[in-house]
Design a protein around this ligand. Structure first.
Ligand SMILES: [Zn+2]
Length: 411
């Protein structure tokens, strides 16, 4: 794989940091860009290829290509990638480590000053924003909110533009309330993640690295960049299914002397975060946790957001609703969720928690909350959950029988 020297170009109201990248296996050659509104254009970093290297590491690793860089790369980043990151990723994705061959290494001091975090409007990002606007020391108080199009909206750049624009509108209205300017970064590098055969086709197995690529494109701007934790630190493990499991390692390996990338709130699980933010007025009026669009696109569900901003049917909505319900705060959120819909599904949601909490850490947190709040579990829930577990057990036995018969017949 070849990454060419980045350069900067202004087109209408956006400024682009561009590098021509060639994938020598798929033979794709494209101008890959990170684009920001013109007022942030001066902060784009074309002196080093750091952002592009981080964006291309996984596509290169899974297609077994070394990366040749016709530009300098930050010295400490090169050291970390060579010594720690490619080895870690090779273990995660069961591939051989690759080599990075830069034109040179360099240490530049841009003295950035911004303190920022991404803002989606969900439980994790609200927790990080509330903490870093009131409960931290002065130097760590947020100066900006951000929204990146670096993979979470899908790999097809054109298709990402509709949802990204909608999310920008929502994030802008909240950034105005907090008085924190919203910085957007748009990128097309996900075109190199289009191989459905590979785990990295999906966003979760590479989410942290994609965000960091965005941060490093603007390392003249970001001094501290907080990424909201998805879980708590005891979840740490190398997993190819979701990069959050080892996000603490990735952020440590990919920080440099300009931009330090930090995982926020890794001491709070989702229920504890919900408790932390649930009484805040801005949260009550703006909480958005819904993943209906993603589920409808990737899993062909038909969740509807016609009666409230959050669909109140997808698993992310339901987990939030049951938590708010157990905390006695659900009525405060009647303008964000369709509570009628929730009440219709309520029995099955509680039964799902009882039947599956040992297999799912998010459900386990909710089960713990049931105990903590002294929730009196109705008998019908207990019976149905037991029947549900029994049915699953029988289905597994049936499956083993079928497999056994199949093997026996083929001998
Ligand atoms: Zn939803």
């Amino acid at each position: 794989m070849i990454i060419n020297k980045p350069y900067i170009e202004t087109r209408e109201d956006q400024t682009y940091l561009i590098s021509k990248i060639k994938d020598e296996v798929s033979n794709i050659e494209e101008d890959v860009f990170f684009a920001v509104p013109n007022e942030y254009g001066n902060y784009l970093c074309d002196e080093v290829a750091d952002a592009f290297v981080v964006a291309m590491l996984l596509p290169a690793l899974v297609s077994k290509q070394d990366i040749y860089i016709n530009a300098p790369i930050s010295e400490i980043l090169f050291y970390q990638i060579e010594n720690n990151l490619t080895y870690t990723l090779s273990k995660v994705f069961e591939k051989k480590p690759i080599k990075i061959i830069p034109k040179s290494t360099i240490t530049l001091n841009f003295n950035p000053t911004a303190v920022a975090t991404g803002f989606s409007g969900g439980i994790d990002s609200f927790t990080t924003v509330l903490q870093h606007t009131q409960d931290v020391t002065d130097n760590l108080i947020l100066t900006n909110l951000t929204l990146f199009n670096v993979g979470s909206y899908g790999n097809d750049y054109k298709k990402t533009q509709v949802t990204f624009a909608e999310d920008i509108k929502r994030a802008k209205s909240i950034s105005n309330i907090f008085g924190l300017p919203l910085l957007t970064i748009d990128s097309n590098f996900n075109l190199f993640y289009n191989n459905r055969e590979e785990k990295i086709f999906n966003f979760s197995p590479r989410s942290t690295m994609c965000l960091i690529a965005g941060v490093l494109s603007l390392q003249k701007f970001f001094k501290y960049y907080f990424i909201s934790s998805t879980g708590t630190i005891e979840d740490i493990k190398l997993s190819k299914h979701d990069q959050y499991y080892y996000e603490w390692l990735v952020t440590s390996f990919l920080s440099n002397n300009n931009s330090q990338i930090i995982i926020a709130n890794s001491d709070l699980n989702r229920v504890e975060k919900t408790k932390y933010i649930a009484d805040n007025k801005i949260v009550k009026n703006n909480l958005y946790v819904c993943a209906a669009d993603i589920y409808n696109e990737k899993h062909y569900t038909q969740y509807k957001k016609d009666t409230s901003p959050n669909c109140s049917e997808c698993i992310k909505c339901l987990r939030t609703l049951i938590t708010l319900d157990l905390l006695g705060k659900i009525e405060h959120y009647s303008n964000r969720f369709d509570l009628e819909k929730y009440r219709k599904h309520k029995d099955s949601i509680f039964i799902n928690v009882l039947a599956n909490y040992k297999k799912d850490h998010f459900l386990k947190e909710i089960h713990d909350l049931m105990i903590e709040t002294n929730y009196q579990i109705p008998k019908k829930y207990k019976i149905k959950a037991s029947l549900f577990k029994l049915r699953n057990r029988l289905a597994r036995i049936q499956l083993i029988r079928v497999i056994y018969r199949f093997i026996f017949r083929n001998k």
